[in-house]
Design a protein around this ligand. Structure first.
Ligand code: SF4
Ligand SMILES: [Mg+2]
Length: 470
């Protein structure tokens, strides 16, 4: 049993043998196990339940994530913790997402536990590797019964040599994956391989849950329906099968100097948005108020290598600083450094649920390559009379019903800043949110550039610098 300090998801006070909420079991009181007689899953779930109670976890701070397969029925048996039933092989990815959201957006107190079979682990193996490399505070309990049980007993990457399954009727010819070795090689801080019948399985699961970072327990067990009869197996021979493949049992790795991802992330990007040293930029905080009260679509066209898409990203950042939601879609040829570069930005006081722009509210044309691509896409024909088209003075575009202004973007700002300058100019006219928000967004990246754009865009906004003649 663990003697580690406070565990995530753990409540701080309570009576012996119960959680502080008086919880004696996380499972539904009257649940009957849905598994075949003798199946190892029920045994593992009871040990998991015991471990959670003994750790005095607060059920409201526990998230149980299950995979597809017989073990995926686990979530319906646990009535108190949060449960998430996911797609085949992806449970660890979902759990990683839950942990990252908890670490970045919330109070980083959730304990997230994955229940996955060997079939699911095989399908989504890289999700386990990724979670181990990240060192997110996720515990994976991998129930390895050497085959796909729910779908009829097919061979898995974990099946032992000579194992008879519905897809290897003459015996498996491929050696089994050593998932514990893979996890250790992925820098997992706690790795164990246990038999479902081990008396101390509950202790090992508790230690894995208490480990502050990624942990995995592979539990070797029997599928009585498809594994036992075909292979003349009983629980007592599982140890011999494991050892015959050179795989060890017990706690194989425990303890690591690596910081848990959420803790490391919070140190680098503190939630108050202040820089924590180095290049950490913190969060985007709302500092301005937008006047925009409807969805607004802006299309930006320019040349590859001229920072068109980063200008659009700066626009989105300024919008977020003004309390708006935004989306950005980019397009460019497969070759990154030649040809056109496009960005479509939707701004909205509400969540952006549709990222397409059927009729643009504003169009920025920063170069000939951008104009050609926008023309090919029919953008100019889809403008309305109230659509603001800001086009470089030397770039040709077709007739459009939009309101066209033609400042000398490239000469004023330079080719690589023409799109950024055009946006500053356009925002001054459109008044979607304070122009100072856009300048502030530029300043977060480059203070000198912000000064240049602010000064030149302000002068460009005077009427004599523009012309509405296409
Ligand atoms: S098919 Fe196998 S894994 Fe599924 S419940 Fe039955 S014994 Fe368990
Ligand atoms: Mg299985």
């Amino acid at each position: 049993m663990t003697d580690r300090g406070t565990v995530r998801g753990q409540a701080t006070t309570g009576r012996d043998g119960t959680t502080p909420q008086g919880v004696t079991t996380f499972m539904a009181e009257s649940c009957s196990l849905p598994f075949c007689k003798g199946c190892g899953h029920g045994h593992v779930l009871r040990k998991l339940n015991d471990a959670m109670v003994r750790l005095r976890l607060d059920p409201s701070k526990v998230s149980l994530v299950t995979d597809i397969g017989c073990i995926g029925l686990a979530d319906s048996l646990f009535s108190l913790p949060h449960t998430v039933h996911t797609t085949h092989g992806r449970s660890t990815a979902f759990a990683t997402g839950i942990e990252l959201a908890d670490a970045v957006l919330a109070d980083s107190r959730l304990k997230t536990i994955v229940m996955i079979g060997d079939g699911g682990a095989m399908i989504g193996l890289l999700h386990l590797v990724n979670a181990a490399l990240l060192n997110v505070d996720v515990t994976v309990i991998l129930c390895n019964n050497y085959l796909f049980g729910m779908t009829g007993g097919q061979n898995s990457a974990f099946s032992p040599l000579d194992f008879i399954t519905s897809t290897t009727p003459r015996g498996n010819m491929i050696p089994p994956l050593d998932v514990c070795g893979l996890m250790t090689g992925s820098n997992a801080g706690f790795v164990a391989r246990k038999l479902a019948t081990d008396p101390d399985l509950g202790d090992t699961i508790a230690d894995a849950i208490a480990h502050p970072g990624f942990s995995m327990v592979e539990v070797v067990e029997l599928c009585t329906e498809f594994g036992a009869r075909r292979n003349r197996l009983s629980g007592t021979v599982l140890r011999g099968i494991v050892e015959s493949h050179g795989q060890s049992l017990g706690v194989l790795t425990s303890g690591t100097a690596r910081g848990e991802f959420g803790t490391v992330y919070s140190g680098k990007f503190p939630p108050n948005g202040e820089k924590a040293g180095g290049r950490g930029d913190g969060f985007i905080l709302r500092k301005f108020n937008a006047t925009l009260d409807r969805r607004f679509g802006i299309v930006i066209g320019g040349s590859a290598g001229e920072k068109v898409q980063s200008a659009a990203a700066t626009l989105c950042e300024a919008a977020a600083m003004s309390g708006l939601h935004s989306s950005q879609k980019n397009d460019n040829p497969v070759t990154q450094g030649t040809g056109f570069s496009l960005a479509e930005v939707c701004l909205d006081p509400s969540v952006v649920e549709y990222t397409g722009i059927d009729s643009p509210d504003a169009v920025i044309v920063a170069s000939d390559a951008g104009a050609a691509q926008l023309t090919a896409g029919g953008i100019f024909g889809r403008c309305r009379p109230d659509t603001l088209v800001v086009c470089d003075a030397d770039v040709r575009i077709p007739d459009s019903p939009g309101t066209i202004v033609r400042p000398a973007l490239r000469k004023t700002f330079g080719p690589t800043r023409a799109a950024l300058g055009a946006l500053a100019f356009a925002l001054g006219r459109l008044g979607l949110f304070p122009s100072s928000a856009f300048i502030e967004a530029i300043r977060r990246r480059d203070a000198d550039l912000a000064g240049m754009i602010e000064g030149k865009a302000g002068k460009l906004a005077s009427p004599e610098d523009t012309s509405s003649t296409p």
